[in-house]
Design a protein. Structure first.
Length: 276
Protein backbone atom coordinates (compact mmCIF):
# COMPACT_ATOMS: atom_id res chain seq x y z
CA UNK A 1 0.00 0.00 0.00
CA UNK A 2 1.30 3.44 -0.91
CA UNK A 3 1.74 5.89 1.96
CA UNK A 4 2.27 9.60 1.35
CA UNK A 5 3.13 12.16 4.01
CA UNK A 6 2.07 15.73 3.21
CA UNK A 7 3.12 18.72 5.28
CA UNK A 8 0.57 21.51 5.53
CA UNK A 9 -2.26 19.21 4.46
CA UNK A 10 -5.14 20.94 6.27
CA UNK A 11 -5.62 23.77 3.77
CA UNK A 12 -4.82 24.96 0.27
CA UNK A 13 -2.81 22.76 -2.06
CA UNK A 14 -2.02 20.24 0.69
CA UNK A 15 -5.71 19.70 1.43
CA UNK A 16 -6.59 19.27 -2.25
CA UNK A 17 -3.69 16.87 -2.71
CA UNK A 18 -4.75 14.79 0.29
CA UNK A 19 -8.29 14.44 -1.09
CA UNK A 20 -7.03 13.52 -4.57
CA UNK A 21 -4.81 10.84 -3.05
CA UNK A 22 -7.69 9.52 -0.94
CA UNK A 23 -9.68 9.04 -4.14
CA UNK A 24 -6.81 6.85 -5.39
CA UNK A 25 -6.95 4.76 -2.19
CA UNK A 26 -3.56 5.98 -0.99
CA UNK A 27 -2.75 6.06 2.72
CA UNK A 28 -2.13 9.71 3.67
CA UNK A 29 -0.39 11.11 6.73
CA UNK A 30 -1.39 14.74 7.23
CA UNK A 31 1.45 16.53 9.04
CA UNK A 32 0.00 19.75 10.44
CA UNK A 33 0.04 21.85 13.60
CA UNK A 34 -3.66 21.71 14.48
CA UNK A 35 -5.69 18.54 14.94
CA UNK A 36 -8.89 20.61 15.07
CA UNK A 37 -8.21 22.19 11.68
CA UNK A 38 -7.16 18.86 10.16
CA UNK A 39 -10.20 16.80 11.21
CA UNK A 40 -12.61 18.34 8.63
CA UNK A 41 -10.12 17.37 5.90
CA UNK A 42 -9.91 13.80 7.23
CA UNK A 43 -13.73 13.63 7.30
CA UNK A 44 -13.87 14.80 3.67
CA UNK A 45 -11.23 12.25 2.67
CA UNK A 46 -13.21 9.43 4.29
CA UNK A 47 -16.16 10.31 2.06
CA UNK A 48 -14.15 9.62 -1.09
CA UNK A 49 -11.66 6.95 0.01
CA UNK A 50 -11.62 3.68 1.93
CA UNK A 51 -8.22 3.99 3.62
CA UNK A 52 -8.26 5.96 6.85
CA UNK A 53 -5.88 8.93 6.85
CA UNK A 54 -3.97 9.96 9.96
CA UNK A 55 -2.95 13.27 11.51
CA UNK A 56 0.61 13.73 12.72
CA UNK A 57 1.49 16.83 14.71
CA UNK A 58 4.08 19.04 13.04
CA UNK A 59 5.23 22.62 13.62
CA UNK A 60 7.94 23.39 11.06
CA UNK A 61 9.16 26.36 13.07
CA UNK A 62 10.35 24.01 15.83
CA UNK A 63 13.13 21.45 15.42
CA UNK A 64 11.80 19.63 18.48
CA UNK A 65 8.33 19.29 16.92
CA UNK A 66 9.87 18.11 13.64
CA UNK A 67 11.89 15.44 15.42
CA UNK A 68 8.81 14.29 17.34
CA UNK A 69 6.84 14.11 14.09
CA UNK A 70 9.48 11.94 12.43
CA UNK A 71 9.65 9.64 15.46
CA UNK A 72 5.86 9.28 15.39
CA UNK A 73 5.89 8.38 11.67
CA UNK A 74 8.71 5.87 12.13
CA UNK A 75 6.90 4.40 15.14
CA UNK A 76 3.85 3.67 13.00
CA UNK A 77 5.95 1.24 10.96
CA UNK A 78 4.40 2.43 7.69
CA UNK A 79 6.05 1.94 4.31
CA UNK A 80 6.55 5.57 3.36
CA UNK A 81 6.54 5.81 -0.42
CA UNK A 82 6.46 9.58 -0.87
CA UNK A 83 7.21 12.69 1.18
CA UNK A 84 5.62 15.93 -0.02
CA UNK A 85 7.25 18.98 1.56
CA UNK A 86 4.38 21.33 0.84
CA UNK A 87 3.79 23.57 3.88
CA UNK A 88 4.88 27.16 3.60
CA UNK A 89 4.29 30.77 4.47
CA UNK A 90 4.86 34.12 2.77
CA UNK A 91 4.91 37.70 3.98
CA UNK A 92 5.13 36.86 7.67
CA UNK A 93 8.05 38.21 9.65
CA UNK A 94 10.17 36.99 12.52
CA UNK A 95 12.29 34.04 13.55
CA UNK A 96 11.61 30.35 14.04
CA UNK A 97 11.90 28.86 17.51
CA UNK A 98 15.46 27.87 16.62
CA UNK A 99 16.49 31.32 15.48
CA UNK A 100 16.22 31.27 11.69
CA UNK A 101 14.47 33.78 9.43
CA UNK A 102 10.85 32.66 9.44
CA UNK A 103 10.27 31.89 5.74
CA UNK A 104 13.65 30.19 5.34
CA UNK A 105 13.16 28.19 8.52
CA UNK A 106 9.62 26.98 7.80
CA UNK A 107 9.64 26.65 4.01
CA UNK A 108 13.07 25.08 3.69
CA UNK A 109 15.12 24.26 6.79
CA UNK A 110 12.30 22.56 8.70
CA UNK A 111 11.69 20.36 5.68
CA UNK A 112 15.42 19.67 5.39
CA UNK A 113 15.42 18.29 8.94
CA UNK A 114 12.19 16.33 8.46
CA UNK A 115 13.50 14.78 5.24
CA UNK A 116 16.80 13.78 6.79
CA UNK A 117 15.04 12.15 9.74
CA UNK A 118 12.75 10.18 7.39
CA UNK A 119 15.45 9.14 4.91
CA UNK A 120 16.09 5.78 6.65
CA UNK A 121 12.38 4.97 6.25
CA UNK A 122 12.28 6.14 2.63
CA UNK A 123 15.36 4.05 1.79
CA UNK A 124 13.43 0.92 2.74
CA UNK A 125 10.87 1.62 0.01
CA UNK A 126 11.46 0.71 -3.60
CA UNK A 127 11.28 3.83 -5.80
CA UNK A 128 10.51 6.29 -2.98
CA UNK A 129 9.97 9.93 -3.92
CA UNK A 130 10.56 13.31 -2.27
CA UNK A 131 8.73 16.32 -3.67
CA UNK A 132 9.67 19.84 -2.61
CA UNK A 133 7.19 22.59 -3.40
CA UNK A 134 8.99 25.62 -4.80
CA UNK A 135 7.95 28.70 -6.74
CA UNK A 136 8.95 30.56 -9.88
CA UNK A 137 9.59 33.55 -7.63
CA UNK A 138 12.96 31.91 -6.88
CA UNK A 139 14.17 33.64 -10.06
CA UNK A 140 14.17 36.92 -8.08
CA UNK A 141 17.03 35.72 -5.88
CA UNK A 142 20.51 36.64 -7.11
CA UNK A 143 22.43 35.26 -4.11
CA UNK A 144 21.95 33.66 -0.71
CA UNK A 145 23.33 35.83 2.08
CA UNK A 146 23.95 33.11 4.63
CA UNK A 147 24.71 35.58 7.41
CA UNK A 148 21.18 37.01 7.09
CA UNK A 149 19.46 33.67 7.60
CA UNK A 150 19.86 33.98 11.38
CA UNK A 151 18.22 37.43 11.43
CA UNK A 152 14.55 38.44 11.48
CA UNK A 153 12.75 39.09 8.20
CA UNK A 154 14.13 42.39 6.92
CA UNK A 155 12.10 43.41 3.86
CA UNK A 156 8.72 45.12 4.00
CA UNK A 157 6.80 42.47 2.07
CA UNK A 158 8.84 39.39 2.99
CA UNK A 159 8.80 38.34 -0.67
CA UNK A 160 12.59 38.44 -0.98
CA UNK A 161 12.95 36.06 1.96
CA UNK A 162 10.20 33.86 0.52
CA UNK A 163 12.11 33.74 -2.79
CA UNK A 164 15.29 32.65 -1.00
CA UNK A 165 13.41 29.83 0.73
CA UNK A 166 12.01 28.60 -2.57
CA UNK A 167 15.42 28.75 -4.24
CA UNK A 168 16.72 26.72 -1.30
CA UNK A 169 14.11 24.03 -2.01
CA UNK A 170 15.36 23.66 -5.58
CA UNK A 171 19.00 23.50 -4.45
CA UNK A 172 17.95 20.95 -1.82
CA UNK A 173 16.20 18.81 -4.45
CA UNK A 174 19.26 18.75 -6.68
CA UNK A 175 21.54 17.68 -3.83
CA UNK A 176 19.06 15.04 -2.69
CA UNK A 177 19.28 13.62 -6.19
CA UNK A 178 23.08 13.68 -6.11
CA UNK A 179 23.21 11.85 -2.79
CA UNK A 180 20.30 9.42 -2.90
CA UNK A 181 19.11 8.67 -6.44
CA UNK A 182 21.41 5.66 -6.72
CA UNK A 183 20.00 4.49 -3.37
CA UNK A 184 16.48 4.35 -4.79
CA UNK A 185 15.06 7.75 -3.91
CA UNK A 186 13.91 10.18 -6.61
CA UNK A 187 13.57 13.88 -5.84
CA UNK A 188 11.63 16.61 -7.63
CA UNK A 189 10.91 20.29 -7.08
CA UNK A 190 7.72 21.82 -8.41
CA UNK A 191 6.20 25.24 -8.89
CA UNK A 192 2.45 24.47 -8.71
CA UNK A 193 1.45 27.83 -10.16
CA UNK A 194 0.22 30.98 -8.44
CA UNK A 195 -2.50 29.41 -6.30
CA UNK A 196 -5.25 31.01 -4.24
CA UNK A 197 -4.39 29.68 -0.76
CA UNK A 198 -3.92 30.92 2.79
CA UNK A 199 -0.17 31.20 2.26
CA UNK A 200 -0.73 34.78 1.08
CA UNK A 201 -2.58 35.89 4.21
CA UNK A 202 0.60 37.38 5.67
CA UNK A 203 1.25 39.70 2.72
CA UNK A 204 0.74 43.46 3.11
CA UNK A 205 -2.79 44.45 2.11
CA UNK A 206 -1.64 46.50 -0.89
CA UNK A 207 -0.13 43.43 -2.59
CA UNK A 208 -3.22 41.24 -2.46
CA UNK A 209 -5.11 42.97 -5.33
CA UNK A 210 -1.99 42.51 -7.51
CA UNK A 211 -2.10 38.77 -6.88
CA UNK A 212 -5.75 38.66 -7.94
CA UNK A 213 -4.94 40.45 -11.19
CA UNK A 214 -2.36 37.79 -12.05
CA UNK A 215 -5.10 35.15 -12.21
CA UNK A 216 -4.82 32.75 -9.31
CA UNK A 217 -5.25 29.01 -9.83
CA UNK A 218 -7.47 26.91 -7.59
CA UNK A 219 -5.86 24.63 -4.96
CA UNK A 220 -7.09 21.64 -6.99
CA UNK A 221 -5.23 22.92 -10.05
CA UNK A 222 -2.09 23.43 -7.99
CA UNK A 223 -2.35 19.96 -6.50
CA UNK A 224 -2.41 18.40 -9.97
CA UNK A 225 1.17 19.55 -10.53
CA UNK A 226 2.25 17.57 -7.46
CA UNK A 227 0.16 14.56 -8.49
CA UNK A 228 2.10 14.61 -11.75
CA UNK A 229 5.38 14.32 -9.84
CA UNK A 230 4.03 11.52 -7.64
CA UNK A 231 2.55 9.32 -10.36
CA UNK A 232 3.50 10.38 -13.88
CA UNK A 233 7.06 11.70 -13.98
CA UNK A 234 9.64 8.98 -14.56
CA UNK A 235 12.30 8.35 -11.92
CA UNK A 236 15.04 9.20 -14.42
CA UNK A 237 13.87 12.84 -14.22
CA UNK A 238 14.98 12.93 -10.56
CA UNK A 239 16.54 16.25 -9.58
CA UNK A 240 14.44 18.18 -12.09
CA UNK A 241 12.37 21.30 -11.56
CA UNK A 242 8.79 21.38 -12.82
CA UNK A 243 6.64 24.44 -13.43
CA UNK A 244 3.10 23.19 -13.05
CA UNK A 245 3.42 19.87 -14.89
CA UNK A 246 6.17 20.82 -17.33
CA UNK A 247 9.88 20.22 -16.81
CA UNK A 248 11.68 23.57 -16.90
CA UNK A 249 15.06 25.09 -16.25
CA UNK A 250 15.28 26.81 -12.87
CA UNK A 251 17.38 29.95 -12.45
CA UNK A 252 21.13 29.78 -13.18
CA UNK A 253 21.78 30.15 -9.45
CA UNK A 254 19.59 27.10 -8.72
CA UNK A 255 21.76 25.01 -11.06
CA UNK A 256 25.03 26.01 -9.37
CA UNK A 257 26.46 22.77 -7.96
CA UNK A 258 28.79 24.54 -5.53
CA UNK A 259 25.82 26.36 -3.98
CA UNK A 260 23.80 23.14 -3.78
CA UNK A 261 26.60 21.55 -1.77
CA UNK A 262 27.25 24.65 0.37
CA UNK A 263 23.60 24.95 1.37
CA UNK A 264 23.41 21.24 2.22
CA UNK A 265 26.57 21.34 4.33
CA UNK A 266 25.50 24.44 6.26
CA UNK A 267 21.99 23.06 6.78
CA UNK A 268 23.39 19.74 7.96
CA UNK A 269 25.50 21.55 10.54
CA UNK A 270 22.52 23.60 11.74
CA UNK A 271 20.39 20.51 12.39
CA UNK A 272 23.19 18.24 13.62
CA UNK A 273 22.06 17.98 17.24
CA UNK A 274 18.51 16.99 16.19
CA UNK A 275 19.49 14.17 13.82
CA UNK A 276 20.05 11.57 16.54
Amino acid sequence: MQTVLITGANSGIGKSLAILLAKRQVKVLLACRSFTKTMPVIDEMMLVGKIEPEWVELDLSSFTSIKNCAQTVIGKGVTLTCLVNNAGLAGRKGLTQNGFELAFGVNYLGHFLLTNLLLPTLKKTKNARIINVSSKVHHRTKKIEFERLRNKTRTLTGIEEYAVSKLANILFTAELHNKFFEKGISSFSVHPGLVDTEIWRGLPFFLKPILSLKGLLSPDQGAQAIMNCIFDVESKESGAYFSKSKKCDPSPLAKKSSLQKKLWDKSDAWIESYKT
